[in-house]
Design a protein around this ligand. Structure first.
Ligand code: SF4
Ligand code: SF4
Length: 85
């Protein structure tokens, strides 16, 4: 197994509700690395997720920390991290 990159925090995994919203689970353009697990979701490349990826519908995007998405986009009000800032 590759070493986890700097900045990786396993506590983030514990707090996440696994709703998948930040990865496109509800907008019709989920990331190609988003995997459904019953009623929840997981990222199949989580420790190495940051960087360029594609949605299953072919859109290109860059995976960034969800806190950055919330800070710059104001989205995901139901996310556990939305109340951290
Ligand atoms: S690569 Fe990023 S956007 Fe894609 S499933 Fe993983 S965390 Fe979500
Ligand atoms: S929106 Fe928040 S709670 Fe939902 S999967 Fe993303 S980080 Fe986890």
């Amino acid at each position: 197994m590759r070493p986890r990159p700097a900045g990786y925090d396993p506590n983030d995994e514990d707090r996440c509700r696994r709703c998948g919203v930040c990865c496109g689970a509800t907008d019709g353009h989920p990331c190609e690395h988003l995997v459904r697990n019953g009623k929840q979701y997981r990222c199949e490349i989580y420790p190495y997720r940051f960087g360029p990826h594609k949605t299953v519908t072919g859109r290109h995007f860059t995976c960034v920390p969800v806190r950055d998405v919330i800070r710059t986009g104001g989205g995901h009000p139901g996310c556990v991290y939305a109340t951290d800032e």
